[in-house]
Design a binder for this molecule. Structure first.
Ligand code: GDP
Ligand code: GDP
Length: 455
């Protein structure tokens, strides 16, 4: 490496950084109007860490990447919540449950100028039961005169209230320091560590695509091994289901089966539930209703799973209802609307008739295999040498940036670091990803490529 102009320590640092495993998840919860969204914006605004370059998918976003004091984590924002028919307590509780379930630690935001309400007390009970680390944020303490309001929140029994003004930034640094102490280095759900333990599947898709029908189909036709792996909180339940001779853990199936929250504000709950399930899973089976046009909501769900770095299978359901014309247009739509997961294994199923259910497991196994693929450094560099020679980067300003060498820094999903002599354009990065896929497969998995440029 040294002769290529990179310091060996820089190279090692870059590999370590690019190879980071899944990030720990922090959820920000609390009643409406306490300042959750303001706080989230303040946290992610610090380094404009929001990874979002696709138009049209920003609105119902619930997870962001953030960084504080050199540590990165994922932030689940529950600020998009609206009170629904269930009333304020039930709604806040439902929202909090999903978020807590997905999180490794929680920031509980209380409006210090209002003080603790009954709804806040109810959330405290949920937090106690869940047993996750909690940082209590006493928000809207805009100046020293508000400190007394914050002190009063000791009464909640969650430890020290951190006085914060999310609006002006006062106290947020100290609070984030406390967050880092509460947050584990790596998520609790460490991937694949349980040797021989069941792989975790999230069955996701917008409402009415047929998730519960599919779940019932696979659970009824095959033996349900255990039915009561209750999670830490009341609602989300994981189910062990035997498929193709293998036991799989379908995560958060209660959210699929019950659908109590899917009345009003349904989209938002659905997004939150999807985010929670995706965080807990290794592979996402994304269900799409093939009888209807592929929607923005379908695309958002796909984006969520891709950005979370999960293995992905796309299942087109309700195949029994398709006529020839619809089949024709569906193929066109898939090409244009779901290009971002063109690499995912695809199955055309019917939860109603059981069509192609047996193809689900091989597709899932393919995706997991791609997700875990590791390319030896020697093979990778032979490959890089070849494409750099046959398809060099375009010359810019009289210079020709070159990929000098690379390595795979991690798996689940595969992460690469390439070291280059100059800035590598987006188009060339896409070309590299395409060629990597052609060469090494990676079916059913997103891949990450980061490029370091020699100073
Ligand atoms: P959410 O519903 O919990 O996401 O709350 P928002 O972030 O939307 O904030 C609700 C209202 O409280 C908005 O009008 C914010 O400007 C205001 N707000 C949020 N944080 C603070 C704060 O630290 N101080 C003051 N004075 N107002 C705040
Ligand atoms: P979920 O909201 O994603 O859990 O969707 P459901 O499983 O509740 O299904 C929504 C509707 O689609 C129900 O009326 C199901 O009977 C119907 N449905 C689900 N799968 C199929 C299928 O493969 N074919 C047909 N024709 N209908 C289906």
């Amino acid at each position: 490496a040294a002769e290529e102009g990179f310091d060996i320590e820089d190279v090692e640092g870059a590999i370590e950084e690019a190879g980071h495993g899944p990030l720990p998840v922090l959820a920000v919860i609390g009643r409406p109007n306490v300042g959750k969204s303001t706080l989230v914006n303040r946290i992610i605004g610090r380094r404009e860490a929001v990874v979002e370059d696709r138009p049209g998918v920003t609105r119902d976003r619930v997870t962001y990447e953030a960084e504080w004091a050199g540590r990165r984590f994922k932030l689940v924002d529950t600020g998009g919540w609206e009170q629904d028919v269930l009333g304020i307590d039930a709604s806040v509780a439902a929202q909090a449950e999903y978020a807590i379930e997905a999180a490794d630690a929680v920031v509980f935001v209380v409006d210090a100028t209002v003080g603790a309400t009954d709804t806040d007390e109810a959330v405290v009970r949920l937090l106690r039961k869940a047993g996750k680390p909690v940082v209590l944020c006493a928000n809207k303490v805009d100046g020293p005169s508000g400190e007394a309001d914050a002190t009063a929140l000791w009464a909640l029994g969650l430890g020290e209230p951190h006085p914060v003004s999310a609006l002006h930034g006062r106290g947020t640094g100290d609070m984030l320091d406390a967050v880092l102490e509460a947050l584990p280095e790596a998520p609790e759900q460490t991937f694949g560590t349980a040797v021989g333990g069941p792989r975790r599947i999230a069955l996701i898709g917008r409402p009415n695509v047929g998730k519960s029908s599919l779940l019932n189909k696979v659970a009824n036709e095959d033996r349900v091994v255990v039915n009561e792996l209750a999670g830490t909180t009341r609602d989300p339940v994981d189910e062990l289901i035997e498929l193709g001779g293998v036991t799989w853990k379908f995560v958060d199936t209660a959210g699929i089966r019950k659908r109590v929250h899917l009345q009003q504000g349904a989209d938002y709950y659905a997004s939150l539930r999807t985010a929670a399930a995706v965080e807990k899973a290794e592979v996402a089976v994304i269900l799409i209703d093939a009888s209807e046009n592929i929607s923005i909501q379908d695309q958002r769900i796909v984006t969520m799973a891709v950005e979370a770095g999960r293995a992905i299978v796309v299942a087109y359901n309700k195949w029994d209802t398709l006529d020839e014309e619809r089949r024709y247009y569906l193929e066109r739509e898939i090409e244009t609307e779901l290009a971002q997961v063109a690499w995912a294994p695809r199955v055309n199923v019917s939860a109603a008739t059981g069509r192609h259910m047996e193809k689900l497991v091989p597709a899932i196994e393919t995706a997991l295999a791609g997700w875990e693929t590791r390319v030896p450094t020697g093979r990778l560099n032979a490959f890089l040498g070849e494409i750099v020679a046959s398809h060099p980067h375009p010359v810019r300003g009289g210079k020709q940036p070159r990929i000098l060498f690379g390595t795979q820094a991690g798996t689940k999903p595969p992460r690469f670091v390439f070291f280059a002599s100059g800035f590598i354009e987006a188009g060339y990065r896409r070309f590299l990803e395409r060629r990597l896929r052609e060469e090494f497969g990676f079916e059913g998995t997103p891949i990450h490529i980061s490029v370091r440029v020699r100073e």
